[in-house]
Design a protein around this ligand. Structure first.
Ligand SMILES: [Zn+2]
Length: 369
């Protein structure tokens, strides 16, 4: 019961790549008084009881009675400060997830929040809202919005409205271009809810990703890797080619479904834009134009008729970028079942790209970075 159960739940879903990639997702357990939320930096697959941050639920709720700055960066910094002050004594060294406010909104004991490709095939599709209404009439749908305080307050009003209308608390919440929240009062109940959702979605899929490996042109790939590594200042470069990538890298038009990030995770690990290069001979010029335009180096580079290159400062960084863009590709394929992809809105991409910087700044300001 309690903390051991949430540790189990975290290990179970955290070690399954269908649910969790690269430190994404979070879990929590609560009693009347306290919320125990996964701390930043802990991975769900390996978290121990002391990896959860013990927080005062009362202090977290008080955030909703306060008025914050109109300036988004200032507002987020103020809310973050109040969130930090909601930590119980002795928890000062830990940093709660940015999604803590959302966890505290549910009355349920156990919360699992994840970003699975299969679910995001719906949340990142044109038909997403209608599909959720149809398949999961008991669920809440929340439109893409600024993460942090605004997203949490949007969820809060939807959850309250649901409770007022139905007399019960919602246990499923879909976030457009982001992921899903599952809420339950026991582990078994949570597992049943998860398998109900995943099973229902699976039954709808006519098109699924085909990641069958495709034979690569080794010589061209090695040449491009060398050029990219040099142009990106000594980056580690990884190459992938499978059936889906083969189709996507045929032309700029066929690349369109994955030309923009689908969720905040894709921005965090792969930056706000990938690069499509129309032939190996254009790489140097295109990389230079790209970095001039965006102010950063590309992490994902598709080369026409060659394949996908994931770049990073080391093996791990490049590997994570590769994993996340393969996830993006999966989502784009699953979305074909639901009227095609709906990538993140441009203003949201900008907001998150800047928000990352702001939240880092506020960490620095508090001496936590
Ligand atoms: Zn999330």
């Amino acid at each position: 019961m309690g903390i051991e159960t949430i540790v189990n739940i975290s290990h179970k879903y955290g070690s399954d790549e269908e649910f969790v990639l690269a430190g994404g997702g979070n879990t929590s357990y609560k009693d009347e008084e306290n919320l125990y939320i996964k701390g930043s930096g802990a991975s769900l697959a390996a978290i121990k009881a002391d990896g959860f941050v013990k927080m005062s639920r009362k202090r977290l709720s008080e955030i909703w009675e306060k008025t914050y700055s109109q300036n988004p960066a200032k507002r987020e910094a103020e809310v973050l400060k109040d969130m930090m002050e909601s930590r119980c004594e002795g928890e000062e060294a830990k940093r709660p997830s940015v999604e803590t406010l959302l966890h505290n909104l549910f009355p349920h004991t156990y919360i699992l929040h994840v970003h699975p490709a299969r679910v995001n095939g719906i949340t990142c599709s044109q038909g997403g809202e209608n599909v959720v209404k149809h398949l999961f009439p008991e669920a809440i749908w929340v439109k893409e919005t600024e993460p942090g305080y605004i997203l949490a307050s949007e969820c809060r009003s939807k959850l309250e409205k649901y409770k007022a209308e139905t007399g019960k608390a919602a246990n499923l919440l879909f976030l457009q271009n982001h992921g899903i929240f599952f809420a339950a009062n026991g582990e078994k109940e949570l597992d049943l809810l998860v398998s109900h959702v995943i099973g229902t979605i699976k039954a709808q899929e006519k098109i699924v990703p085909d990641f069958t490996e495709v034979k690569k042109d080794t010589e061209t790939v090695e040449k491009i890797k060398t050029v990219l590594a040099y142009e990106l200042g000594g980056a580690t470069v990884k190459f992938t080619l499978n059936k889906e990538i083969e189709t996507l890298c045929k032309s700029k038009e066929s690349f369109a479904p994955v030309a923009y990030p689908m969720t905040p995770d894709h921005i965090v690990y792969c930056k706000s834009s990938p690069l499509f290069v129309d032939g190996a001979e254009n790489i140097i010029k295109d990389v230079s134009d790209f970095s001039g335009k965006h102010g950063f180096m590309p992490k994902i580079v598709f080369v026409k008729d060659v394949g996908m290159f994931a770049c990073g400062k080391d093996e791990k960084d490049a590997g994570t970028a590769e994993k996340l863009w393969l996830d993006e590709i999966k989502i784009s394929v699953y979305a074909k079942n639901f009227d095609g992809v709906r990538p993140m809105a441009e203003n949201m991409i900008d907001f998150i790209a800047n928000w990352e910087v702001e939240s880092y700044r506020s960490k620095v300001a508090q001496g936590k970075a």
